[in-house]
Write a protein of this length. Structure first.
Length: 249
């Protein structure tokens, strides 16, 4: 069965679009890093989007429940990834019993939520004791530098490393790992080749170039791989995305 791709909205990324490949691979890198923590586990992905990440986690997990609020998105994930148990529901009131899953995955979602504290409390509620919450989110210090209001109109509140850690602790969780995703050597070479920032070069196409991609930039973006990114525990303030693992006490 052929499944039609989800349209790009600016709020989520989807696989298989050359112009979107940088962002897809950036998200994929975090999924690949965190996937071993889901091995053999009962997993909830809270905010599954297109579903590709939940499907990646499902390769090693015992079961993955993929939850999204948007009806079109949930229906797509159900059709595209039959290995997932897809639910439509509100992240503010997760439709799961207390202490019912081993892992909650929440990748590139919390920055879209108004009540981040309430959501994290819900994550803690559905986790079993010793269960893990996996979170990634853009680093406010580099994604919207010098601003309290996010540059991305789909984001409600972006977080710096200490702010994310504080929210996790406030939800009664113990921070096991706080790391940062950044460009690896090949992407740093592309940064230099495109005026100092591959990200800015892409933004200029959308904002100033009317969506007309220079051939060299499109070729570079479409060739980005997940392993072109690094996730390290040092110098978090300069990272692109934050990667956190927190444990329910």
């Amino acid at each position: 069965m052929t499944v039609e791709p989800l349209p790009l909205t600016g709020e989520r990324t989807v696989p298989g679009v050359p112009q979107e490949n940088y962002w897809f691979r950036r998200h994929e890198a975090a999924y690949l890093d965190l996937a071993p923590l889901c091995a053999g586990a009962e997993v909830l992905e809270a905010g599954c989007g297109e579903g590709y990440g939940a499907a990646l986690l499902a390769q090693g997990a015992a079961r993955v429940v993929a939850l999204d609020y948007d009806e079109l998105t949930a229906a797509h994930a159900h059709r595209a990834y039959p290995e997932l148990a897809v639910l439509r529901g509100n992240l503010a009131a997760l439709p799961l019993r207390d202490a019912s899953v081993d892992v909650v995955a929440n990748l590139q979602v919390i920055e879209h939520l108004w009540d981040q504290e309430g959501f994290l409390a819900e994550c803690a509620r559905v986790l079993r004791p010793g269960g893990r919450l996996l979170v990634t989110t853009p680093n406010r210090l580099t994604f919207s530098p010098g601003r309290d209001t996010p540059l991305n109109p789909f984001h409600t509140r972006e977080l710096a490393p200490d702010e994310l850690a504080g929210l996790l602790v406030g939800a009664g969780l113990r921070v096991e790992r706080l790391a940062g995703l950044r460009h690896g050597p090949r992407l740093r070479e592309l940064d230099a080749a495109f005026g100092g920032s591959l990200i800015d070069a892409q933004v200029r196409v959308v904002v100033d170039g009317g969506g007309r991609w220079p051939a060299d930039l499109l070729a570079a973006v479409s060739a980005v791989r997940g392993d072109d990114f690094e996730i390290t525990d040092d110098d978090l303030d300069t990272s692109l995305d934050l990667v956190a693992v927190a444990v329910r006490r």
